[in-house]
Structures are given as structure tokens and as C-alpha cells.
Design a protein around this ligand. Structure first.
Ligand code: CUK
Ligand code: CUA
Length: 681
């Protein structure tokens, strides 16, 4: 037994050495090419000295398998080098967006969106951020300070990510946010005026003319009351089309509209592209119209909403709907234009396709030819053909649902069904004619071969399962590099797993989620799991992965006095040499500058009861020279990036001495970057 074990170890060590030498050599050869192009002057001779003598000893001591070593080489990004891809991940009920580099899986940033984020001064007093957050409040008495972000959508030009904007929805409150990728800051939050929550958002049309926000749990439109006994009559679903104005970088509320839908629970949507551009596809579940009530002996939602074998894929002629809305054929709900269900039926805007069973994801192939549906309770993934859908619509001759919506014949529009496994959810695509579908119940990612125009890109049989990769555990979405665009990259795929269980050190009963990086570069059965990234905030849902070189954010704000709220210089911005404190009755206005390592002025004396308006400009031009500004006791915290100006206001209700200080360690004399606010009783 002992002998066998030793032999086994000996054999393994030899194998490791071989592989390590092979892999490291290949790695260094390819790296040295790249480095020569990128930075010839910075070579420190590391390449020419060859392999570290103790590399195989390290591998053996750490018990690394050959696969581990290859995985390590594929993910390691040396200090000072940048990742090839940037992933934008939803932050779930953290209400934010995470920015992660691939293949290193390093967290680069958390963008404050629906939830205040103090490091960025997001929602801690600055006029700019408070105005954006407050714009997302619904009418009424209640203030909402969080969101549940699900689906980030990068802006697209001709169906390809263009690196300019990012959109994301808040499922909990039916809100949509716009993030400007010049400074990675949220610029707009819009509250949907007709729905309390959403889910099928955000998805963009191929040129980002429209941002799609589909609903979820049906309710009377416009936040009205109606008894559950009136569910079929009074409860409704919806999809909203937000008009995006690329020049201003904002959604144009007044040019937007919604469509009333039956009270099925709409789930995910996707925009058609290429051949199907102008159409939108949204899943639904609970076409049973179950209303729950487990406590009164009614079937619980989980059973009631799963009785039928089929739900309905909503097929929406969006181009035509835009025309109908523009012609004013709408009703108003909370002052917002809505195309009624009757109008949709009369104008031929909406069709249903039966889809199996309790579907979740709908994903459109890169060329727009096929709609891929996965029913959580059906082991197949189902593929519909856009061409066949168009033919079926042209044929007419429909059955209808109880609201009069035409139902296309399942067999007439079906292209293929592929048995993948248990609990299929979401699908992404690559450049090799493969699709990838997450299988929640069996914790795998399935790779399968597409047919039609994709058939010649791969060796396998069309519409067949090719291979599976285990993931850990309970995968929700997957994100492939540019994997939902018209030209996916086929390099990496990230599996966004809901459960980590035993993958990381136990940190108490609330565990991180697990993002697993998978190499999908080689065709055939084999994919390689490369890296586990614990993500201890969230919970994330979807993510999108863009090539790093498509992003070109600012290093510093373009000019001193820049107001990120308007992406322009604010004429009110304090400038060096013009700092002052001006009293006007009970109102005190302060113009302050920040530069390493002082604020000017350092003394601000006011009276209790004064109303204070305070502007600060960071007049730095150096890359990364951010200053913070924290005012304890008044809930003020700003992040002032180089060139940025911010304004905040408050009533000086508390007397006392308040030391305001810079909260970013900006310089050797950062601790001295402080001042006193003296509030006289
Ligand atoms: S959802 Cu969470 S795993 Cu909101 Cu797209 Cu599917
Ligand atoms: Cu400025 Cu610390």
C-alpha cells in the first residue's frame, strides 16, 4: 500500500514537471512576444533567465495537478498588466454593479447604482447623486434606498458592444439605471410608472435605440388596488420600451411607452438582432394565473404556477408597436402611454408561442435566426425559428388565449429540441457554432451544437449535446465573452453559481456566491474550469463580458470644475484663488478647493440654524489623485476625482466642532488634510 502510494506520487511528480516545463515554456514564448510589442523598455530580463528552478517543487508541495498548473498559467496576470476582458456583473440585492477583470477574476470596482455607496460618495449628500437616486423614488411617502439588480446590458452599435453605456434594472422596484462608461458612474435612474417590479430588463436593441424592461409579478397597472379575486380582469403584465438618446446619454422618458400584457408572469426578454431586428421576445410563466394562498388551503404558487405543460413565449413586433405608440393609439396609466392589450391584438403587435415548461431564459442566436428557450422543468432546450414564426404569422389561422392574443402552432415554429439535462436556464453563444446552457439542477454548463447557418462551424451533429462542465453549485446565469452579441468571442465563460457550499473557507452561515471562470477556447467535449472567485456581496444574476480595449474611460475629468451629473463644467464650481465663504442672511455659501494636501478654507464658522450650501472642487490633474470629503454628524461623504466638483446642502441643526477631513489617503500629509467647521450655538 505504502509502496503503491509512493510510486503514484513519484509518477505524478514526473508528470507535473513535464507539464509545467511545457506550459511555462509556451507561456513565456507567447508572453515575450507580447511584451516586446507592448513595452520593450521595461523588460527586466525575467524571460532570458528561464524557469525558476523550484517551480516543480512548488507544484509538488502544493499538490497541484497538471490541470491546476495549466489553469494557473491561463489566469495569472502579472503585476502591472491588464486583463483582456472586463465583466460587468449585476449586484443583486446589493443594488450595485461589480466590475471584474478576466481572466484574473480581480474585482476592479463596485459601481453604486440603486444603493448608496460611501467610497464613491454615492448618495451621501452630493446634489448630483441625491438627485439621481431621488429621481428613482415613486410618488408617495416612502423612500427606497436599495435595489435588486439583475440584468446589465452594455450599449451596442450594430449588435456589438460599443463600450459607451451600461444599463441595469432593479427588479424590486421596476427601475432602470443608466451608467456612463466614460467615468463608470450612474447618471440616471428611472422609476417605471406603471409597475411595482420588473424582471425582463435590461436588454437593448442592436443600436441601443431602445432599452427593454419586461415586467414580472402581475398587478393592477399603475400601483392601483384590486382584489386577487379579480386577478384575470384587473391584474396585468407589461413590457416597457425606454427610448435612449445616445447624445445626451439619458433615457428620454417622454418618448417612451409600454405595452399592456396579460397577467402571466413575464420573465426574461431579449431583443431580436440581424434577421429578427425590430422584434422582441419575452418568456412568461404562471400562464395558469395561479394566485397562491397556501395559508387558506389553496395550491401554493410553486404548484399552482407549474400545472400546465406549456407557457407562452411573447413575440412582439416592436417596430410596429413604436409606430402605434407614435400615432397616439395609447391609453394613459399614471400619465404614461400604454398600448392596451386590445390595441395590440387588433394591430397584430403580440403573438404567443407555447413553450415548455416554466421557462426562464430566452436567448437569440448571434445572427438572430433562432430563439432559444429553456424550461426549468423540462430537460430540453427548445429552439424556435424566426423564419417559421414569420410564416406562421403570415398564415393566420390562430387559436387565441382568453385575451384574444393569437397563439402560433408549436410544431409549425419549432426548429429543434435538444435534451440537455436537468433544470436548463440561460444560454450564451461562441464563435465555433456552439451554444452554452446553464443547468441549475445538475450544476453543469452544457455545450451544444447549433444547426442552420452555424452547422458548418463545428464537426458535431447539428442540434446535439457536445459536452458538459461541472460547476459548483446551482448555476444561474452564464456569461460568455461578448456571448450575446452578433459576434461572440468564444474565449471565456463565467458560470455565476448561486451556492458555494464547500468551495471556500467557512465564513458563517451566509456564504459567498461562486463565479467560476471556464476556458471555452477549444472545440469538442472539453472545457476547462480555471478559477473560482468568491463574491461576498450580491447576489449577482447576469453579467456581460466586453473586450477590454473597447472601453476608453477618462483618466481624469476633462476639465477642472467638472460636474459628472451634467458631464460638463459647472459654472458654479470653485476655482483655485476664488475660494470664499459668503453669508446672506441665514444662508451661508462656501466655495472650497481641494488639492494635496489641504482644503481651502480650513476654517468655516457658522451659526446653528444656518442653511449651508457647500461647493468643493478637486483641482488636481494627476491620475488617481482623488480626495474624499467627510463631514461627520451630517451624513456627508464625497469622492472628488481629479477635476470633479460637487455641491451639498444641509441645515446646521447641530452645534459643535466638526472636523471635516479627506477620506482618501492621498499623500504623505493626508492626515493633515483637514479643517474645522465651527457651529456656534
Ligand atoms: S434571473 Cu437570476 S438566475 Cu433575474 Cu436572469 Cu436567471
Ligand atoms: Cu486628500 Cu487625503
Amino acid at each position: 500500500m505504502n509502496l503503491f502510494k509512493k510510486q503514484n506520487n513519484f509518477y505524478r511528480a514526473g508528470w507535473i514537471t513535464f507539464l509545467l516545463v511545457f506550459a511555462l515554456t509556451a507561456f513565456f514564448i507567447s508572453c515575450s512576444d507580447q511584451q516586446q510589442e507592448a513595452a520593450p523598455a521595461e523588460s527586466d530580463g525575467g524571460v532570458s533567465t528561464g524557469l525558476p528552478a523550484d517551480a516543480s517543487a512548488i507544484a509538488a508541495a502544493r499538490n497541484l495537478t497538471p490541470d491546476d498548473i495549466v489553469a494557473a498559467l491561463k489566469t495569472y496576470v502579472p503585476t502591472g498588466q491588464h486583463d483582456d476582458y472586463i465583466m460587468f456583473s449585476s449586484g443583486g440585492h446589493a443594488g450595485q454593479v461589480f466590475v471584474i477583470g478576466l481572466p484574473s477574476m480581480r474585482l476592479l470596482k463596485t459601481i453604486g447604482v440603486f444603493t448608496p455607496e460611501p467610497w464613491q460618495g454615492w448618495g451621501y449628500g452630493s446634489e448630483e447623486t441625491m438627485a439621481i437616486l431621488n429621481n428613482g423614488q415613486a410618488d408617495g411617502e416612502q423612500t427606497v434606498m436599495w435595489g435588486d439588480t439583475h440584468h446589465p446590458a452594455l450599449s451596442e452599435t450594430a449588435g456589438d458592444y460599443d463600450g459607451q453605456y451600461l444599463f441595469i434594472n432593479d427588479k424590486a422596484h421596476a427601475r432602470v439605471a443608466v451608467i456612463d462608461l466614460r467615468d463608470f458612474e450612474t447618471k440616471q435612474i428611472i422609476k417605471n410608472p406603471i409597475a411595482i417590479n420588473d424582471h425582463g430588463g435590461t436588454f437593448v436593441t442592436p443600436d441601443t435605440d431602445w432599452v427593454i424592461e419586461g415586467g414580472q409579478y402581475a398587478a393592477p397597472l399603475g400601483w392601483e388596488y384590486a382584489s386577487l379575486d379579480e386577478y384575470a380582469e384587473d391584474y396585468r403584465g407589461m413590457v416597457t420600451f425606454w427610448k435612449f438618446d445616445r447624445d445626451s446619454g439619458r433615457i428620454d422618458y417622454d418618448a417612451s411607452f409600454a405595452m399592456e400584457l396579460p397577467p402571466y408572469w413575464q420573465d426574461l426578454c431579449d431583443a431580436g438582432k440581424r434577421v429578427s431586428e425590430g422584434w422582441v421576445f419575452c418568456n412568461s410563466f404562471n400562464t395558469e394565473m395561479a394566485t397562491g394562498g397556501i395559508e387558506s388551503g389553496e395550491p401554493p404558487f410553486e404548484a399552482g404556477a407549474s400545472q400546465r405543460d406549456m407557457d407562452y413565449l411573447h413575440v412582439i413586433n416592436m417596430d410596429k408597436a413604436i409606430g402605434v405608440a407614435a400615432a397616439g393609439q395609447t391609453i394613459e396609466v399614471n400619465g404614461f402611454p400604454v398600448i392596451s392589450l386590445d390595441t395590440s391584438v387588433a394591430e397584430g403587435l403580440l403573438y404567443f408561442i407555447p413553450e415548455p415548461k416554466s421557462p426562464h431564459g430566452v436567448d437569440i442566436t448571434p445572427g438572430g435566426e433562432y430563439m432559444v428557450i429553456s424550461g426549468k422543468l423540462d430537460p430540453h432546450t427548445t429552439v424556435f425559428s424566426f423564419e417559421k414564426i414569420q410564416a406562421a404569422i403570415a398564415d393566420g389561422n390562430f387559436e387565441t388565449d382568453q385575451y384574444g392574443v393569437p397563439i402560433l402552432d408549436f410544431d409549425a415554429v419549432l426548429e429543434a429540441q435538444i435534451e440537455l439535462g436537468l433544470g436548463p436556464l440561460h444560454t450564451q453563444f461562441d464563435d465555433k457554432g456552439y451554444a452554452y446552457t446553464s443547468l441549475f439542477l445538475e450544476s453543469t454548463v452544457a455545450r451544444w451544437a447549433l444547426g442552420g447557418p452555424y452547422g458548418e462551424m463545428h464537426e458535431e451533429e447539428d442540434w446535439s449535446l457536445v459536452g458538459k462542465q461541472s460547476v459548483h453549485y446551482n448555476v444561474g446565469h452564464i456569461a460568455a465573452a461578448e456571448g450575446d452579441t452578433v459576434s461572440p468571442d468564444g474565449t471565456y465563460l463565467v458560470s455565476l453559481n448561486k451556492w458555494a457550499v464547500d468551495r471556500f473557507a467557512n465564513v458563517g452561515p451566509l456564504l459567498p456566491q461562486n463565479f467560476q471562470l471556464i476556458d471555452i477556447g477549444s472545440p469538442g467535449e472539453q472545457m476547462q474550469l480555471l478559477y473560482d472567485m468568491p463574491i461576498g456581496v450580491g447576489e449577482p444574476h447576469y453579467a456581460q463580458i466586453i473586450k477590454g480595449d473597447k472601453l476608453s474611460p477618462w483618466e481624469v475629468y476633462p476639465e477642472i470644475g467638472w460636474d459628472p451629473g451634467i458631464q460638463a463644467v459647472n459654472p458654479e464650481a470653485p476655482m483655485s484663488g476664488e475660494e470664499k465663504v459668503v453669508r446672506n442672511g441665514n444662508e451661508v455659501e462656501i466655495w472650497m478647493t481641494a488639492v494635496r494636501s489641504h482644503f481651502t478654507p480650513e476654517h468655516v464658522e457658522i451659526n446653528q440654524g444656518d442653511h449651508v450650501i457647500w461647493h468643493i472642487t478637486n483641482v488636481e490633474r494627476a491620475y488617481d489623485a482623488t480626495h474624499g470629503f467627510s463631514l461627520p454628524g451630517y451624513n456627508i461623504q464625497l469622492s472628488l476625482e481629479p477635476g470633479e466638483t460637487a455641491t451639498f446642502e444641509f441645515d446646521a441643526t447641530e452645534d459643535g466642532v466638526f472636523s471635516y477631513y479627506c477620506s482618501e489617503f492621498c499623500s504623505a500629509l493626508h492626515l493633515e488634510m483637514v479643517g474645522y467647521l465651527l457651529v456656534k450655538p
